[in-house]
Design a protein around this ligand. Structure first.
Ligand code: FE2
Length: 291
């Protein structure tokens, strides 16, 4: 696999803990996943699933639907999707916060977007030649009700020894200050992991264990905004504190996010995301080569 990133991009990633790559994905690939996500939203029955993606870190917990989404394609509502009587305030297509977490292995359109030689090359360039595609999310960040995602480190939710989780975040639509773009703390990955999200087998949920009580950087003050246009990919180190604001604008902010871990790392069985035996994790490089 040839090198995809330049030496200065690789150095920038290790220095900052993130790397912004404009024009990584072409417009037709963005259009294809957006169209597929919209089909999934249209087909979704809101009466049978009422799971809300609670973006506030303090109150976040996992319910059964969240745990089951490790092996499926589930839709999670925005926190502000329902009125006081529990009715949707707007069309279901405009009420879903995100779709997750195994589309990249269950849906051909998402698989084609995910398993590319180019992405496998980026992973290899930053030191994960054996990257396993662990988790996919299609984030809608809906107009007016798109929820904040509190400042966090991805390694909290997908923990390995050593820490290897890496986020590949693709802007499917332009991400701006107005519609809740990503913010990150340059160099902030050179720190400790503050919390881990531990599965609780008894009640089919998961809760936080504090590892280091020191607070993460204050958002947005200590972070910088990453305003990017559709087609940009942002690579995020698993320890990098990042945050995104609410979307009060009338534009959505669609993004696709893939999280990978190194196959060589240990993946504890207390992680919330556990794949069933009939849906094993796959390597970016193997799948890209097979296409
Ligand atoms: Fe994140």
């Amino acid at each position: 696999m040839g090198q995809v990133l330049s030496e200065s991009q690789i150095a920038g990633y290790h220095r900052d803990g993130f790397l912004v790559i404009p024009d990584f994905t072409d417009a037709s690939a963005c259009r294809a996943v957006k169209t597929r996500a919209e089909e999934i939203l249209r087909a979704f029955d809101p009466e049978s699933h009422r799971s809300v993606f609670t973006t506030n870190e303090q109150s976040r917990h996992a319910d059964r639907e969240f745990i089951e989404s490790a092996n499926g394609i589930h839709c999670f509502f925005e926190e502000e999707a329902f009125d006081e009587e529990g009715r949707l305030r707007q069309a279901k297509e405009l009420s879903v916060n995100k779709i997750g977490h195994a589309m990249h292995d269950l849906d051909p359109v998402f698989a084609a977007f995910t398993y590319t030689t180019k992405l496998a090359g980026v992973a290899a360039d930053i030191g994960i030649p054996d990257a396993l595609a662990l988790q996919s999310m299609y984030i809608c960040k809906q107009p007016r009700i798109g929820g904040e995602v509190g400042c966090h480190q991805d390694a909290t939710f997908l923990y390995t020894v050593p820490i290897t989780v890496t986020g590949f975040w693709f802007a499917i639509e332009d991400a701006t200050l107005e519609n809740g773009c990503m913010w990150a703390s340059p160099g902030g990955h050179r720190t400790s992991l503050r919390k881990k999200f531990v599965r609780n087998v008894e009640n089919d949920g998961a809760t936080f264990d504090v590892l280091d009580p020191n607070p993460l950087p204050e958002a947005p003050g200590d972070l910088v905004p990453l305003e990017v246009s559709a087609g940009t990919m942002i690579v995020l180190h698993g320890l990098l504190p990042h945050w995104s604001d609410v979307n009060r604008s009338d534009k959505s902010r669609h993004a696709y996010s893939l999280h990978c871990i190194a196959a060589s790392a240990d993946y504890p069985s207390w992680n919330w995301l556990q794949r069933s035996a009939d849906l094993p994790l796959r390597r970016l490089s193997d799948m890209a080569r097979a296409r």
